[in-house]
Write a protein that binds this ligand. Structure first.
Ligand SMILES: [Zn+2]
Ligand SMILES: [Zn+2]
Length: 274
């Protein structure tokens, strides 16, 4: 039996099944979402979600067309129904819509669906580049629910992505993405050791403790409970770095190649005297 959790407006579902569902109901909903740029199909999905706690991805799904048929305003274009978006686009659109209309449960559901797509083995490099463009266009700049996933996935397949001209375009078009890609998640895979006074590479997780890599310690482990791989102390690791120091030299970081460092050579073998 459906619970109130997966059907937020369970009490309303009977309206769709019976003649009690009238144009007035649809019209009332349309009044709430009176936004010219909103696609009818997305509105229909939102209505579907409000009644059933889920939405169809396929544009021609019976559940969706049934809702569209009942709308008193017939601005529904056949073209829109038959031109199917990519699944990840539908979920990202629903995520943006849920954010706009402040429906947290729909936001969570669409994010879950989106992540499932992005993590799927069938998701192609071209899909990923499109998803980067799509997500960084449709979601607010301080909302990382979907952004972190495309950025992290991009980091995981960086060696392949950099061979694609479209990826270069995505980096240029979306400075926010370029920043996330270059500095967060897999690129933030270090912790600060208060004993070593240095950053220590994380080996416990591969996503900078952002909960995406799936490692056991990733989502649940607190940095303070880890052992520093350098000084072997426990409880010295932390996420926060010390305050920014002006004019810090690379030498102070201990991570520079000295240009004049002597090159170690393997000892010459003594010539055997015959
Ligand atoms: Zn992780
Ligand atoms: Zn240490």
């Amino acid at each position: 039996m459906a619970s109130i959790l997966n059907a937020p407006h369970l009490g309303l579902s009977k309206f769709l099944e019976t003649s009690e569902f009238s144009d007035f109901t649809i019209e009332a909903t349309e009044n709430v979402v009176k936004l010219e740029e909103q696609q009818p199909l997305l509105i229909a999905r939102m209505i579907q979600y409000l009644y059933y706690g889920k939405y169809d991805v396929l544009n021609v799904a019976a559940g969706l067309t049934r809702i569209l048929d009942k709308a008193s305003s017939k601005v529904i274009l056949d073209d829109a129904i038959f031109a199917q978006d990519f699944d990840f686009e539908v979920h990202a659109d629903m995520y943006a819509m849920a954010d706009r209309f402040e429906i947290p449960a729909l936001k969570a559901l669409s994010a879950k669906n989106f992540v499932y797509e992005v993590r799927s083995k069938n998701f192609s490099i071209a899909d990923l580049v499109s998803a980067i463009d799509f997500v960084y266009n449709t979601t607010p700049e301080n909302d990382f629910g979907l952004r972190k996933w495309v950025a992290y996935r991009a980091q995981q397949v960086e060696h392949e992505l950099v061979r694609h001209e479209d990826f270069k375009t995505a980096l240029k078009d979306h400075p926010d993405f370029a920043w996330d890609f270059a500095t967060k998640y897999a690129k933030a895979n270090y912790l600060w050791c208060s004993h070593c006074k240095d950053t220590i590479d994380l080996v416990e997780c591969r996503c900078g403790f952002s909960g995406m890599c799936g490692d056991a310690t990733c989502a649940t482990g607190a940095p303070a409970a880890l052992q520093c791989t350098r000084c072997k102390n426990w409880g010295k690791l932390q996420r926060e770095l010390p305050p920014l120091k002006e004019n810090l030299t690379l030498g102070e970081l201990g991570r520079t190649d000295e240009p004049n460092a002597p090159i170690k050579r393997s000892p010459k073998k003594k010539r055997r005297l015959s």
